[in-house]
Ligand binder design. Sequence first.
Ligand SMILES: [Zn+2]
Length: 318
Amino acid sequence: MAEPILNQPHFQDADKAREHLEALRWPHGPVCPHCGSVREPMTLEGSKNYRPGLYKCKDCYEQFTVTVGTVFERSKIALNVWLQAVHLMCASKKGISAKQLERMLGVTYKTAWFMSHRIREAMTENMAGPLGGSGKVVEADETYWGSEGGSKAQSKKSGARKAGGALKDSNKVVALVERGGKVRAFHVPSVTGQNLKTVLESQIHPDTHVMTDSSPRYNLLKREHGFKAYEQVNHTKAEYVRGIAHTNTVEGFFSVLKRGLIGTFHHVAPKHLQRYSDEFSFRYNTRTALGYSDADRSAIALKGISGKRLTYRRIGGE
Ligand SMILES: [Zn+2]
């Protein structure tokens, strides 16, 4: 029988966790965070300050560890517990609540909440370059989150419109998915023909074949767009799939996002919606079908959390 994943040494032992993080962040050996020196540092062995993982730069003589300047450095939570949290979030398709992390990691709810938000922030990808390109298809769609009654996810086909005609434009997520590729999701304050057009044209390569549903919000795009091709699928006529013209891929992404928002997190405040969208996008963009394992996904998130230098100070505004 296979050994449980969380029994691996770097999940159980703080020193092993540090070595794991060093190998990820410094594949070619330690890099001084103070001056950028890559010369092999001193280890202070024999001195009273010696501890494993503490280095002294041969160029600027400053001391450092792999966690200096990161959220891990001043955290009271052992590094191996952080690694467990990262793994659990990366391996849970619909996300994992702070309540669940509290139980599984044996930390307080406040700590679990803090950790999950820091990890979520590390999952934010920098979106360099456009989606799509020649021969590629990108599907775009919006979904509505929340209603006057509370924080319930609603499909635009059912809830939001039925609830009195006018859509409340407070919580919307616009997602663009390249078939066989990546997703980008944006929490937008309101959805108009103009800002949809702006989002699509700024994020999608002009040589792309773009598909959306036939919402009147896309009328502007239908009249004038800068893409190689643009097609609409008319859901009201039960025309969900016409050849390659469909939006099933982006709807699949929304379906996982909503199952997470409803089933796992229950109450997501609008101010956090972008972060949750980023978390789901991150897992989608590193999904198994693209060749990533849970360990690969965790490694990317860990590099993000240490590389982004997330500090305690940044939680102050929340
Ligand atoms: Zn240095």
